[in-house]
Ligand binder design. Structure first.
Ligand SMILES: C[S@@+](CC[C@H](N)C(=O)[O-])C[C@H]1O[C@@H](n2cnc3c(N)ncnc32)[C@H](O)[C@@H]1O
Length: 247
C-alpha cells in the first residue's frame, strides 16, 4: 500500500478556511447525471463537506459523505448537520451492494493507497444504472498549475502521485464500468491574491508537503516577491472529470 496522503487531521482547520465548495465543480457533476429527489449520492473523500453540502442543496438529493480523517469529518458535521458523514477508507466502503445512484470523488484519487479496489467498491455500491465520476487533474494539467510555476518540484511529485487519465480509464473498464469518458474542463479564471498566498504560507496544498523545506521556502519567497511587484496572477485551473457508468 502506497502512502500518498498527508495528515488531514492536522490540516483540517486550515483546509476548511482556504478551500470552499466549488459551484462550478458541482455544476459539472450535476450536468453529467440524471438524478431524482429520491436519488442517493455518495461523496468519497468528502473532506470538510463543502462540495457534499453544495451538491445536496443544489440537487435536493440525499447525499452522504465519507472520509478517512476525523478532523475533516468533524468540520463537515458542524456545517452540514442534516447530512450523514461516515468515517471509513475509500477501499472498504461500509455500505451494502447497490445502494447509491451516483458516486463522486473530487481531488481524492491521488491520495488513495489502492485505486483499483476503491473503483471496485464504487462499482459495488452503485445501483444499475448508476454513475461514477472521478474529478482529478491530468499530467499536463498538473504542469499548468500556478503552483508549478513557483514550486517546480511539485510537478514531478504530483505527476508520480496522480494516476494518469488512461490508467484510470483502464481501471474503470477492468472493474466493470462502461461508457468511460474523460471530459476536460477549464474553470473560469480567478485572480490569485492574498487568499492564495495565505494558503501557500500555511502549506495548505498537499503537494507542498512533498517537496523539501528548502524548495518550499525558495518558492514562497519568489511568490511573495511576485505579489509585491503587483504582477497579476490570473489562473484558470484545468480539471478532468472521468465519467463511468454501471449499465
Ligand atoms: C484534497 S482533499 C479533497 C476533499 C474534498 N473532496 C474536496 O474536494 O474539497 C482529499 C480528502 O481525501 C481524504 N482521503 C485521503 N485518503 C483517503 C482514503 N483512503 N479514504 C477516504 N478518504 C481519504 C482526505 O482525508 C481528504 O479529506
Amino acid at each position: 500500500m502506497k502512502n500518498n496522503t498527508i495528515d488531514y487531521d492536522h490540516v483540517s482547520g486550515i483546509y476548511d478556511k482556504v478551500r470552499t465548495g466549488d459551484p462550478e465543480m458541482v455544476h459539472q457533476l450535476m450536468g453529467g447525471v440524471a438524478l431524482r429527489s429520491t436519488s442517493r449520492v455518495l461523496d468519497i473523500g468528502c473532506g470538510t463537506g463543502n462540495n457534499t453540502l453544495l451538491f445536496a442543496k443544489s440537487t435536493n438529493t440525499t447525499v452522504a459523505g465519507l472520509d478517512l480523517s476525523y478532523g475533516m469529518l468533524s468540520q463537515a458535521r458542524t456545517k452540514a448537520m442534516a447530512l450523514t458523514f461516515t468515517h471509513a477508507p475509500a477501499d472498504v466502503l461500509p455500505f451494502g451492494d447497490s445502494v447509491f445512484d451516483f458516486v463522486f470523488m473530487t481531488e481524492v484519487v491521488h491520495h488513495l493507497p489502492d485505486v483499483p479496489t476503491t473503483i471496485a467498491e464504487a462499482f459495488r455500491v452503485l445501483r444499475t444504472p448508476g454513475a461514477f465520476c472521478i474529478v482529478t487533474q491530468s499530467h499536463p494539467q498538473i504542469a499548468m498549475r500556478m503552483t508549478s510555476r513557483f514550486f517546480l518540484g511539485t510537478i514531478s511529485v504530483d505527476q508520480a502521485r496522480y494516476p494518469s487519465i488512461p490508467q484510470l480509464q483502464n481501471y474503470l473498464l477492468e472493474k466493470g464500468f462502461s461508457n468511460v469518458e474523460p471530459r476536460e474542463y477549464i474553470f473560469k479564471p480567478v485572480r490569485l491574491g492574498l487568499d492564495y498566498l495565505e494558503t501557500v504560507e500555511r502549506r495548505g496544498y498537499s503537494m507542498l508537503h512533498k517537496i523539501s523545506d528548502e524548495e518550499y521556502h525558495r518558492g514562497l519567497d519568489d511568490l511573495q516577491k511576485t505579489m509585491r511587484s503587483r504582477e497579476c496572477l490570473d489562473y484558470a485551473a484545468g480539471y478532468t472529470f472521468v465519467w463511468a457508468f454501471k449499465t
